[in-house]
Design a protein around this ligand. Structure first.
Ligand code: GLN
Length: 483
């Protein structure tokens, strides 16, 4: 049961073959058995989960079930969930029990989906390996000596390991797609503004976007149907008609034009990843697609632009953590300034401090024009590159990450190497476009490889269709690690 897709689970529930309580018990037992090794969850609360499952079973018994009523899901610990400890992977929030639900959480609650627990993540979503978490690194279920990717590494690991059928993630520069790739699952970051950021702890507000992580594109479509939607409490939430993201899944791919960016297929792309992506391209040709070379000439500058803009926004967003209203407060201090200083020195980890310092620097008088404004100009150029490319193609394809999962500790001393993990994903956030990752093969060590699809604004249904058709023709997404 614990390797089932959301779709299969929903069918079993609808057919009366299982109950939400039974399902949650199975997953909780698996979490109890494997989480001590994987460290994918920060908080598990079986009583709370089972209470939600019982309520879902009652809704079904009363004949009021929706398509996913009773299907359990895990939530990244960046989403505030009422009554749950919500830490964002930081000591700063180690004692913060949220008094309210994020919009995403209330959407899943309204759909009747019990929460299996809160998943581990890089501190304040800053990282690509889950090693910056105050709660310790998450282990990749394919090889526990390796990272699961980040920052949504706990979510990716728990789905890959069958500790949850699906999980939520957030993606500021690649944090849904890169861990999905490194753990061999499917994840989508929607167009900026499609999923409300209300109650999603802010890292870089103009880039942050929530999305689902699951085994298949079909599951992601069903989950996005729950998660997406206008929310007046987020000023960047887009007021659009509700859409069914699963509506195009069955469409054949004849005539699909796939853009292959020259910059994604250069010298950086080697070995098993290059081969797996080439094989996927062949598969799409067999499915009726044509390919065209496109160019994203400014994409090489995306990591540089991101590491000005994201820290700038983070330095502002994280100023709220001052020990006064909630979260960690240093136990001993002389006066207010001393309290602020000690609280922030002790509450934040090294990577978060690095970002706050960079951000404060690039926003300061005299440097703002040289760094922040320049980065914003680059951001515009990067978005224009994509607009040009979409004149020639419907979807862009490439690798999700330059390498498969690396060893825990391998990149911790070299932040720039770590930042390069997102070289193929970051431009998508800067442009606000939708992007997804799906499994497309394994390397010589049996580690999963991710394929990235990047769509034009609001083309999620089309991307999910493209991914679903690929998954009907391949079985990479069906492989699970031995635990
Ligand atoms: N790895 C990138 C960073 O550290 C992206 C993280 C994310 O998408 N949240 O900022």
């Amino acid at each position: 049961m614990t390797q089932h897709t959301i779709k299969q689970i929903a069918d079993l529930l609808a057919g009366g073959k299982t109950s939400s309580v039974e399902l949650c018990q199975d997953y909780l037992a698996r979490i109890a058995a494997h989480n001590p090794t994987l460290n994918a969850f920060i908080t598990v609360d079986a009583e709370r989960t089972l209470a939600e499952a019982r309520a879902a079973d009652q809704v079904r018994a009363a004949g009021r079930a929706g398509p996913l009523t009773g299907v359990p899901i895990a939530h990244k610990d960046i989403f505030c969930a009422e009554g749950w400890l919500t830490t964002c992977g930081s000591r700063m929030l180690h004692n913060f029990v949220s008094p309210y639900d994020a919009h995403v959480i209330s959407q899943y609650k309204a759909a009747g989906m019990p929460c299996l627990g809160k998943t581990n993540m890089d501190e304040f979503a800053m990282g690509s390996s889950n090693e910056t978490s105050w709660y310790g690194p998450v282990k990749n279920p394919w090889d526990i000596a390796r990272v699961p990717g980040g920052s949504s590494g706990g979510s990716a690991a728990c789905v890959a390991a069958g500790l949850a059928p699906a999980a939520t993630g957030t993606d500021t520069g690649g944090s849904i797609r890169q861990p999905a790739a490194l753990c061999g699952i499917t994840g989508i970051k929607p167009t900026y503004g499609v999923v409300s950021r209300y109650g999603m702890i802010a890292f870089a507000s103009s880039l942050d976007q929530g999305g689902p992580m699951a085994r298949t594109a079909e599951d992601c479509a069903l989950l996005l149907n729950v998660m997406a939607g206008f929310d007046p409490r987020d000023s960047t939430s887009l007021e659009r008609d509700k859409e069914d993201y699963a509506r195009d899944l069955a469409k054949p791919l004849d005539g699909l034009r796939i853009g292959l960016p020259r910059e994604f297929f250069g010298e950086g792309l080697t070995g098993a990843t290059a081969k797996a992506v080439q094989d996927a391209i062949e598969q799409f040709r067999k499915l009726g697609a044509t390919t065209v070379e496109v160019s994203l000439p400014n994409s090489g500058l995306s990591v540089a632009a991101y590491y000005v803009i994201a820290p700038a926004e983070a330095s502002s967003n994280l100023s709220r953590f001052d020990g006064v209203r909630y979260g960690y407060r240093t136990p001993e201090y002389a006066d207010l300034t001393d309290m602020y200083e000690k609280t922030r020195a002790e509450g934040f980890g090294a990577e978060v401090k690095r970002r706050i310092m960079i951000g404060t620097y690039v926003l300061s008088h005299g440097y703002y024009d040289a760094y922040y404004i320049q980065a914003q100009k680059l951001r515009r150029l990067i978005a224009q590159d994509f607009a040009e490319a979409y004149k020639q193609c419907d979807v862009i394809l490439g690798p999700t990450a330059p390498t498969t999962a690396f060893k825990i500790g391998e990149k911790t001393d070299d932040p720039v190497q770590m930042y390069l993990s997102d070289i193929y994903t970051i431009a998508v956030n800067l442009a606000g476009l939708p992007g997804m990752s799906l499994p497309c093969g394994f390397d010589g060590q049996g580690l999963p490889i991710g394929l990235q699809l990047i769509g034009d604004y609001f083309s999620e249904a089309r991307m999910l269709n493209v991914a679903h058709q690929y998954q009907l023709a391949t079985d990479w997404h069906r492989k699970s690690p031995d635990l």
